[in-house]
Design a protein around this ligand. Structure first.
Ligand code: DP6
Length: 334
């Protein structure tokens, strides 16, 4: 064995959504995005990699199933890492990679984000790659670049053709807003029907909402939400988060053919949050939905007990809705 290492990486939940690419191969986005990173002990990927001169090929197992490592995204990531290696480059070898999620894969729970982030981070340790590797994680899955950091993280879309300025940047560390919690209400853990990759391609080509979203709406929201995070203004943060989630699903609905990720339970949760906020007279929690029906709820610690009691009242059996609770803390390496 020439080297072996295990790392974990957490899931991130976007408050300003990435949706649409300007370059499919380099995975360059049409707009910047921003997310919060979960505590790595909640929803995470763990990846172990062994480099050995006796292996006859590179190989990768995801949740116990052998993946096709010749797939272009895996190859792009491996090549980018090996191009920047400071270790192992003079020793002929192959790698065996074993990756496990502690939550359902491809259910709109950002499994590709923690998965590719973890793969790239672990490979970078093994090969001694220095400097920013978020742009390599991006080659695996766009949203993965944001899991490289804890706290609040933006993915700057960048303008260069080679993508060298399309990187993740930490906006604030988790210590800046430690009361912030993210709860994931698991509505359905089945594999989604339209993958993010295919869905955003269709939206970019056909949704009439995309142009304005990328040109004006998102740039303004990026500024406003960064400011809200800086001043820990949950009212503004929550308002922008819910608006961007709603707009993203509207973009999907105005795609040809239309894409629907939310179901009746998702919409029930939206109404529940809206009513709770209206009755309270201020925004106490904020929902956001990715490419699936599961609800992610951002809320300050002081509202968690009350909100969970409300959820239990409306979903008493608990078999439709499980929740993961995670203070927005960050740890990268195990
Ligand atoms: C709705 O990062 O999964 O979660 O780059 O094609 O792998 P690819 O797409 P992916 O898309 C995530 C879309 C989203 C919004 C977000 O996380 O910003």
């Amino acid at each position: 064995v020439l080297g072996s290492i295990t790392c974990t990486a957490p899931v991130n939940i976007a408050t300003i959504k990435y949706w649409g690419k300007r370059d499919e191969n380099l995975i360059l986005p049409l707009n910047s995005s921003l997310s919060g990173t979960l505590h790595q002990d909640d929803l995470k990927t763990t990846t172990s990699i062994v480099a050995n001169d006796e292996f006859t090929e590179d190989a990768l197992w995801l949740n116990g199933v052998k993946e096709d490592i010749s797939a272009v995204r895996y190859q792009n990531v491996l090549k980018a890492i090996r191009d920047r290696a400071t270790k192992l480059q003079d020793k002929p070898h192959h790698v065996h990679i074993v990756s496990v999620n502690n939550f359902p894969t491809a259910a709109g729970l950002a499994s590709s984000a923690s998965g590719y982030c973890c793969l790239v981070y672990t490979l970078a340790q093994l090969y001694g790659v220095e400097g920013d590797v978020s742009s390599i994680a991006r080659l695996g899955s766009g949203s993965a670049c944001r899991s490289m950091f804890g706290g609040f993280v933006k993915w700057e879309m960048g303008t260069k053709e080679d993508g060298s300025d399309s990187i993740a940047v930490q906006v604030q560390p988790e210590s800046h807003w430690p009361e912030m919690n993210i709860i994931v209400l698991v509505v359905n853990d089945k594999k989604k029907e339209t993958s993010s990759t295919a869905g955003m391609q269709q939206s970019a080509q056909t949704s009439p909402m995309m142009k304005e979203r990328c040109a004006t709406t998102v740039p303004q929201r990026m500024k406003d939400i960064e400011e809200a995070i800086k001043s820990r203004d949950f009212e503004v943060f929550g308002d922008i988060t819910m608006k961007d989630s709603n707009d993203f699903h509207e973009v999907c609905a105005t795609t040809t053919p239309p894409i629907y990720y939310l179901n009746d339970t998702s919409r029930y949760i939206i109404n529940l949050v809206e009513k709770y906020n209206t009755v309270s007279g201020n925004i106490k929690c904020a929902y956001t939905f990715d490419a699936g029906p599961n609800a992610c709820i951002y809320l300050p610690e002081q509202n968690v007990t009350e909100f969970l009691a409300l959820v239990l009242k409306h979903f008493p059996t608990g078999d439709q809705t499980n929740y993961y609770r995670g203070p927005n803390k960050y740890l990268q390496q195990s």
